[in-house]
Design a protein around this ligand. Structure first.
Ligand SMILES: *[C@@H]1O[C@H](CO)[C@@H](O)[C@H](O)[C@H]1NC(C)=O
Ligand SMILES: *[C@@H]1O[C@H](CO)[C@@H](O)[C@H](O)[C@H]1NC(C)=O
Ligand SMILES: *[C@@H]1O[C@H](CO)[C@@H](O)[C@H](O)[C@H]1NC(C)=O
Ligand SMILES: *[C@@H]1O[C@H](CO)[C@@H](O)[C@H](O)[C@H]1NC(C)=O
Ligand SMILES: *[C@@H]1O[C@H](CO)[C@@H](O)[C@H](O)[C@H]1NC(C)=O
Ligand SMILES: *[C@@H]1O[C@H](CO)[C@@H](O)[C@H](O)[C@H]1NC(C)=O
Ligand SMILES: *[C@@H]1O[C@H](CO)[C@@H](O)[C@H](O)[C@H]1NC(C)=O
Ligand SMILES: *[C@@H]1O[C@H](CO)[C@@H](O)[C@H](O)[C@H]1NC(C)=O
Ligand SMILES: *[C@@H]1O[C@H](CO)[C@@H](O)[C@H](O)[C@H]1NC(C)=O
Ligand SMILES: *[C@@H]1O[C@H](CO)[C@@H](O)[C@H](O)[C@H]1NC(C)=O
Length: 565
């Protein structure tokens, strides 16, 4: 380890809001001992003490005293944790303590990334996410850096080409910045790189096309940029890919067949591009065996639905059990020292555009909406037992809704709207206990809407634009001899469902819903929604019917969802 002189001068640690009343807070023990350790790793260079500030700040750092009152230290006014260090003018002389791992994420650091930080030789992990850095003058010269996370900052400008001199880089996360320019081709030729996350920037030009034979990529996320041109075929060199997210760009190409052989691919997102043409039936034995998320919505694909794929999505046929020790709950990559990188996607979930910053491994989802697909929905779609969401809306699909969809017992969201579907709604759908969102509107469906159970939770806008449908909740009755809907107060009668419970008076559409428009939702596993509504907790009011049924529970998956801005 090199001996470095840390002139923490203008310093990295600038804060927008220094709390002047820090000293009233009581310091956390672990913070205090970390600071004392930090102090003991340096000697103070009094000769070079250039500032008029008195006294030297670290001289006030004493064990047994409240660290929030130490000079240069500021604490969060709520949590009491140390959030700021201002060591300007302190000339510390020493080796940076243990520094393999440095995590300074979630502060309010701003300005240019300090060069000395990028020069620390021993550093293998550098976490600077969720700060306000605006630029980096140079790129890391350190040979050992493996894991660099500067996501969620305000970095602007191009990625310095010197980044490719870093042969050891395995994780590069520059997501959610304002970076622009062309993605350096040479990045694709970094043999060590496993995660390349550049989503939500302003990169333009084409996708790097130099992915080499020994490509080790597991995650490539270029979602939300301005990339155009083709999908580079050499990506097929990256057979270890587990997540490929190229959504929301301007890519113009046919469907990339060469992706289908990727044995480990779990997430394929190509939504909101300019992809076109039919997705033919290519004869390979097991296309996409591990795929869980297939989102090619909002493109210009045509021809029949990709039946050969649907029939072979093996991973969607098996319901994954979470909670077992070996299984992680989310799609993630394990980095240094157990630091996890989580795959993320932007998707339309239950009608809301949501950024999922962690993807539950149970989140099986197919979105083929907003294309020009035609023909029938294959019956074998009912084999994809693990599916939570199916969106085939805004296409030109014909024929009947397959009864087998009633087999998709994990389904929470089904959108078949704006197609040309005919026939009756299969009664089997009423048994989908977890179904929270149903949209069959704008089709040519006819006959009586199935009654009871889950279907009592849908309002009539699930069916609008089907002139020949009748029965509750539409105001159009099905004819005198047929079923006529009972009134709200006796709807849940004991005879009907055979419960020994007293019927509870609930209004139509009184779902356990807080349609607050935020991206919070939970997966309602195994609990029939209509049962939960009646017997679980206090009845809640639906706020806004047109918003999807967004459930909010004790924080279960809340932290993973960020509403779209
Ligand atoms: C601070 O003092 C306590 C005892 O008062 C001692 O246990 C602890 O190790 C000291 N911490 C440091 C960092 O010197
Ligand atoms: C830093 O400390 C080392 C000894 O630990 C000493 O040799 C060196 O001269 C010091 N550097 C400065 C600039 O004071
Ligand atoms: C990469 O490093 C070499 C020497 O280490 C240097 O000569 C070259 O300019 C660097 N390339 C870039 C693009 O920084
Ligand atoms: C990328 O590969 C092409 C040929 O496939 C080559 O012409 C080009 O020079 C390569 N670019 C870099 C930066 O390696
Ligand atoms: C990839 O990098 C290697 C050296 O690491 C170089 O020999 C090769 O030409 C590069 N390939 C491309 C396509 O840029
Ligand atoms: C979509 O593809 C069809 C042909 O399949 C073409 O007629 C149409 O112009 C395309 N639409 C767009 C927006 O590219
Ligand atoms: C289905 O996709 C369409 C278009 O992409 C979208 O507007 C709609 O909200 C989606 N439906 C659901 C239930 O997520
Ligand atoms: C649906 O489930 C039933 C009964 O479990 C079974 O007979 C039928 O084959 C299933 N259909 C499909 C398409 O999986
Ligand atoms: C159903 O989909 C249509 C578009 O196909 C949309 O206008 C409508 O708002 C959706 N209804 C519900 C209840 O999600
Ligand atoms: C939908 O329900 C509302 C009352 O909830 C009713 O006023 C309206 O007429 C119904 N629309 C149709 C098409 O049945």
């Amino acid at each position: 380890m090199r001996l470095i002189l840390l002139y923490l001068h203008i310093l990295l640690f600038h804060f927008t809001s220094f709390s002047s009343s820090s000293s009233n807070l009581l310091c956390h023990h672990e913070d205090s001992s970390a600071l004392l350790q930090f102090k003991s790793s340096f000697t103070i260079d009094t000769e070079n003490y250039a500032c008029s500030e008195q006294p030297q700040k670290t001289a006030t750092w004493k064990n047994g005293t409240n660290c929030c009152s130490w000079h240069g230290v500021s604490c969060d006014t709520v949590s009491g944790h140390v959030i700021g260090l201002n060591l300007g003018c302190e000339s510390l002389n020493g080796t940076f303590p243990g520094l393999i791992y440095l995590d300074l994420s979630n502060h309010k650091l701003f300005g240019s990334l300090p060069n000395w930080l990028l020069d620390i030789d021993s550093l293998q992990f550098l976490g600077l996410s969720h700060n306000m850095f605006t630029s980096m003058d140079q790129f890391i010269r350190n040979q050992w850096l493996q894991d660099l996370d500067i996501s969620f900052n305000l970095l602007a400008g191009d990625i310095p080409l010197s980044i490719c001199n870093k042969s050891s880089l395995a994780y590069l996360n520059l997501a959610h910045n304002k970076l622009t320019g062309i993605i350096p081709q040479c990045l694709a030729n970094l043999s060590s790189i496993q995660v390349l996350d550049l989503q939500m920037n302003k990169f333009y030009g084409t996708i790097p096309s130099n992915f080499s034979q020994d490509c080790d990529l597991r995650t490539l996320n270029l979602n939300g940029n301005l990339l155009e041109g083709n999908l580079p075929k050499c990506l097929s060199n990256c057979q270890k890919l587990e997540a490929l997210n190229l959504g929301s760009n301007k890519i113009e190409d046919h469907f990339p067949y060469w992706i289908q052989t990727m044995q480990h691919l779990e997430v394929l997102v190509l939504r909101e591009n300019k992809l076109y043409g039919p997705i033919g039936n290519i004869n390979i034995k097991h296309p996409f065996p591990s795929l869980i998320i297939f989102d090619i919505s909002s493109n210009n694909f045509s021809g029949p639905l990709p039946k050969a794929y649907i029939q072979n999505f093996e991973a969607m046929k098996t319901v994954t059990q979470v909670g077992q020790e070996s299984n992680s709950q989310y799609m993630e990559r394990m980095g240094l020292r157990g630091i996890k990188y989580y795959d993320s996607v932007t998707m339309t979930v239950k009608g809301n555009n949501i950024v999922m910053v962690k993807i539950p491994i149970t989140f099986a989802n197919i979105d083929l909406s907003q294309n020009n697909f035609e023909g029938e929905i294959p019956n074998f779609i009912g084999q994809l037992q693990a599916l939570k969401g199916l969106n085939l809306s805004h296409n030109r699909l014909t024929g009947a809704i397959p009864q087998s969809i009633g087999n998709l017992t994990n389904l929470e969201s089904l959108d078949l709207s704006s197609n040309i579907l005919t026939g009756a709604i299969p009664a089997e759908l009423a048994y989908l206990n977890g179904l929270e969102v149903l949209n069959l509107s704008h089709n040519h469906l006819m006959g009586e809407i199935p009654q009871g159970k889950q279907f009592n939770t849908f309002s009539n806008d699930s069916y609008e634009g089907n002139l020949r449908l009748c029965g509750f909740p539409l105001s159009k009755k099905c004819g005198p001899e047929q079923y006529s809907p009972p009134s709200a107060n006796n709807f849940w009668s004991e005879e009907k469902f055979g419960f020994g419970w007293k019927p509870v008076a609930i209004g139509y559409g009184c779902g356990a819903v807080l349609g607050i428009g935020l991206g919070y939702f939970m997966f309602l596993i195994g609990k029939p929604r209509w049962l939960v509504m009646i017997f679980g907790g206090q009845p809640k009011r639906r706020v806004n019917r047109r918003r999807t049924r967004v459930r909010r529970t004790n924080g279960s998956t809340m932290n993973q969802m960020v509403p779209m801005s």
